[in-house]
Write a protein that binds this ligand. Structure first.
Ligand code: SF4
Length: 312
């Protein structure tokens, strides 16, 4: 039996009442926090992973304030003074009831069979990467058995295999594979975020969920003054980036620029030029069918590299 750390016991006790501590619900097995060993560290974790219990890269603690409503998201996003604080607030958010139910049910009773003995993060997946990055990737949402399991964007699924291999080839990632948080992967000059931070059923967030999650993206951009290029993965990432730019008062072309692979849109944020670049999503639907090839992905990343290198 894996050992239960004192921190987990404390979390278990505090969560028997849903209003205590960080507001997470009571465990599904009253009185017992079932645990599984982390695939790399071997440490025992409950699923969903309690904030501050030692998960590699967990930005939150048991004291991180929890957004329960769309209004809370707006308030807590604005209150974040740096990307670390923003990541922490994102990672404990509970503002979308349907997505909270889905991510936690996948993390507990609906795991993929091949991962049934692994702990599942089961929380919103925060952005990841270099806080001084000049390039930002905006994806759609975490995968139910990928980021929702590992707690890191695009980590532990086939889409991530494609993306990180390409990021490594183009000099943005320190290693070509990304299987689990805590594996030493770091990004240089790049951060990765998502339009929606929780895994949605069928990878399809509802319009209201995209709207509720949008203040996190707005604040991500506000707290990233060095960004010169944004690479949107798929039409949802493209639309989310353009909408965020508009809300922040950036200059955005009209009519709305159309998404396409390699398409660009010139934005301006208080005199700072930022180019939005479209890229087909690295979903298996695209990579298996050849709609997106490795060369196509590398070419767009090279385009992003040129943009950030050519701008002071
Ligand atoms: S999708 Fe975004 S706003 Fe909704 S619960 Fe997840 S992190 Fe919060």
């Amino acid at each position: 039996m894996p050992q239960i750390s004192p921190g987990l016991r404390k979390w278990s006790r505090s969560c028997r009442s849903p209003d205590r501590a960080h507001g997470l619900p009571a465990p599904r097995y009253p009185g017992v926090v079932p645990t599984d060993p982390h695939p790399l560290t071997g440490d025992a974790f409950a699923s969903p992973v309690p904030p501050g219990s030692g998960w590699p890269g967990d930005p939150a603690t048991a004291a991180t304030p929890v957004a329960q409503t769309a209004e809370d998201v707006t308030r807590l996003a604005v209150a974040a003074t740096d990307l670390t604080g923003l990541d922490a607030a994102v990672s404990v958010c509970r503002a979308c009831p349907r997505l909270v139910d889905w991510r936690e049910s996948v993390a507990t009773t609906n795991r993929r069979a091949s991962f049934r003995h692994e702990p599942y993060w089961g929380r919103p997946v925060p952005s990841f990467g270099d806080p001084q990055a000049r390039a930002l990737i905006v994806g759609l949402a975490p995968a139910a058995n990928g980021g929702n399991r590992t707690g890191r964007v695009f980590t532990g699924d086939r889409s991530g295999d494609w993306l990180f291999a390409a990021l490594h080839r183009t000099g943005f990632a320190s290693q070509p594979a990304s299987a689990a948080a805590g594996d030493g992967l770091h990004l240089a000059n790049l951060r990765i975020t998502a339009a929606v931070h929780c895994a949605p059923p069928q990878n399809k967030p509802a319009t209201v969920e995209k709207t509720t999650c949008s203040p996190w993206l707005d604040r991500e951009l506000e707290l990233s003054p060095d960004i010169r290029a944004i690479m949107a993965l798929g039409g949802i990432g493209w639309d989310a980036a353009l909408a965020a730019a508009r809300r922040l008062g950036w200059r955005v072309p009209r009519p709305k620029p159309r998404f396409g692979h390699g398409a660009t849109a010139s934005l301006e944020a208080s005199g700072r030029a930022v180019t939005l670049v479209g890229c087909y999503h690295v979903s298996q639907q695209n990579t298996f069918t050849g709609r997106l090839t490795e060369q196509m992905l590398d070419d767009v990343l090279a385009q992003v590299r040129d943009l950030i290198d050519s701008r002071g």
